[in-house]
Design a protein around this ligand. Structure first.
Ligand code: NAG
Ligand code: NAG
Ligand code: NAG
Ligand code: NAG
Ligand code: NAG
Ligand code: FE2
Length: 491
């Protein structure tokens, strides 16, 4: 038994990314018999992540025994992987009774040349992965970066997987933004569902950075699988973090803190303070990095027929904790001029008209040109065992386009003024459910929303009051009963 056992059992769920000492002596080595080595040295579940600037990537993988070394060998010539970088290894025990010992290896690749293709494999003398490749991030010649955007992708019924894998390998995507809910669930079958998930996404994450946000399905043992398996930039826990890529400042945060106060009220408070501070800094840097795009799992608004937070008059994510309205996010994001808010959780696609405080801006010819409020997009139908969600028949005025077919988003931020979003419908063989632009007539229009925006919103917009009746079929007694029955479901 390793002398480090007690140390890690104690720290594993609370202090993530605690690396094993480099000069450790693994159990197999302590026998002092050169004929004994690690029993399971084969690396698997290779995943790349963006390191926070174009020249830095992190590589993460798993083994089931201590291989002592965690190495990435890489180079521009597939037959000569001449660079070798050593990283660190952490043991992850998830807290289940017969928890599997998972060795999570992490290596930073730095000094990468944007636009250069690198071949690499990972492992140690006890086992190497196949050779993968990636092209260090660089703006496309025709403008910007292309992101796959989706949430709610499971091991079972992961309907969008094949399309995304192929696009990633063909160079049609630069990065994935997975907005919460993985595997269904990573902790199930003693964590093997998580292992299987990371094997299934390897044909994506071996080639392009796979960026994560936490969802409700990761709640087990204080989000331990999410925290310990991913490696997101500028963060030790992956729960909230931000990074810049091209003209975009991405902010990723946890909506789950609001619904798991028993795991620590301070987490929501810490995050809110961090968000405020990060938004402040992002606004000071807006000349350089004009767009601000957020990612959180549970949306503020939606028109699904399931009684989720986003169906409520005052959803918690939008207006904060009940009664006190503490830590409300809609106001914060409005005051700091967030341009686009990406969400999932609802197993459907829905694009909203620019909206703030239930006032909907659809009253002009071009609502997405210099919108006076953030633009929300919900894309949570990548595919999982819980199928897709149904909508209420007659949507509230904020709903612009919706689809309950399986699919995922493809977002392209061309430059400082033009952002395009498409929703690919995989159920219908790759047709598009949506294709729209968010446009700023000048980069200067990326700024905190001001009084004149609110005036424009009120003048041309529609306020949706509490007892707004979208259609008389929504306001009768039968419907209320049906809704109540549906509220038990968990997305
Ligand atoms: C990778 O770089 C980050 C940022 O400098 C650092 O915090 C982290 O510990 C590094 N990881 C490894 C495995 O060296
Ligand atoms: C959950 O983990 C966070 C750190 O990620 C910690 O601050 C919090 O106290 C933990 N909660 C519990 C109940 O252990
Ligand atoms: C939102 O509108 C309501 C009235 O509908 C008002 O009471 C509330 O103060 C507004 N909230 C914000 C943050 O502006
Ligand atoms: C804008 O909202 C109003 C009020 O709900 C509605 O009647 C109108 O059809 C909407 N316009 C569009 C373009 O959706
Ligand atoms: C930004 O990209 C859009 C879409 O490709 C293009 O029409 C526009 O001219 C570009 N603007 C600048 C300043 O390059
Ligand atoms: Fe969810």
């Amino acid at each position: 038994m390793s002398i480090f056992f007690t140390f890690f059992l104690f720290f594993t769920s609370v202090t993530p990314h605690k690396y094993l000492p480099i000069d450790r002596i693994p159990v197999w080595k302590s026998k002092n018999d050169p004929n004994i080595g690690p029993a399971f040295g084969q690396p698997e579940q290779i995943r790349l992540a963006y390191g926070g600037d174009e020249s830095t990537y992190s590589v993460t993988w798993q083994t089931y025994d201590d291989t002592l070394k965690s190495i990435v060998e890489y180079g521009t010539d597939i037959s000569d992987l001449k660079n070798s970088v050593e990283g660190r290894c952490a043991v992850f025990l998830d807290g289940q009774k017969h928890s599997v010992w998972r060795y999570i290896h992490r290596v930073n690749l730095t000094g990468l040349e944007p636009g250069t293709r690198y071949y690499y494999h990972v492992g140690s003398e006890h086992g190497w992965s196949p050779i993968f490749f990636f092209t260090a991030l660089k703006e496309r010649e025709s403008g910007g970066y292309i992101y796959a955007v989706y949430g709610d992708l499971g091991v079972e019924n992961g309907r969008s997987l094949g399309t995304i894998q192929k696009m990633a390998q063909k160079g049609e995507l630069d990065m994935v933004l997975h907005v919460g809910d993985f595997a269904y669930n990573m902790d199930e079958s003693n964590g093997e569902t998580g292992d299987e998930f990371f094997r299934q996404i390897e044909p994506i994450s071996g080639y392009i950075p796979y960026m994560a946000a936490v969802g409700n399905h990761e709640y087990y043992n204080n989000f331990t699988h999410y925290v310990n398996r991913f490696t997101m930039p500028n963060s030790e826990h992956n729960l909230f973090y931000s990074y810049d890529l091209g003209p975009v400042h991405f902010i990723v945060f946890s909506t789950e803190f609001y619904f798991n106060l028993h795991l620590g009220y301070h987490q929501m408070e810490n995050q809110f303070n961090w968000l405020t501070n990060d938004l402040k800094k992002a606004n000071e840097n807006r000349k350089e990095v004009p767009w601000i795009i957020t990612q959180g799992h549970r949306p503020m608004y939606c028109s699904d027929f399931d009684g989720d937070d986003c169906t409520k008059y005052e959803s918690i994510i939008r207006t904060g904790l009940p009664l006190t309205h503490g830590y409300a996010l809609e106001k914060l994001f409005y005051e700091y001029g967030v341009d686009v808010e990406l969400w999932a959780h609802e197993h459907s696609y829905e694009r909203l008209w620019p909206v703030y405080n239930r006032t909907v801006f659809n009253g002009t010819q071009q609502p997405y040109v210099d919108p006076p409020a953030p633009v929300h997009i919900i894309t949570g139908s990548a595919g999982c065992r819980e199928n897709t969600d149904v909508f209420i028949e007659h949507p509230p005025p904020w709903s612009a386009i919706r689809s309950t077919d399986y699919g995922f988003g493809v977002m392209r931020v061309y430059n400082s003024t033009h952002l395009n979003f498409k929703q690919i419908n995989v159920a219908q063989g790759g047709t598009e459910d949506d294709d729209f632009w968010v446009i700023k007539s000048s980069p200067k229009h990326h700024r905190p929303f001001k009084h004149r925006d609110l005036k424009r919103l009120r003048t041309y917009g529609t306020h949706v009051p509490k007892h707004h009746c979208h259609h008389k079929s929504h306001c009768d007694e039968t419907r209320k009963k049906r809704t109540r029955r549906h509220q038990k479901r968990d997305e």
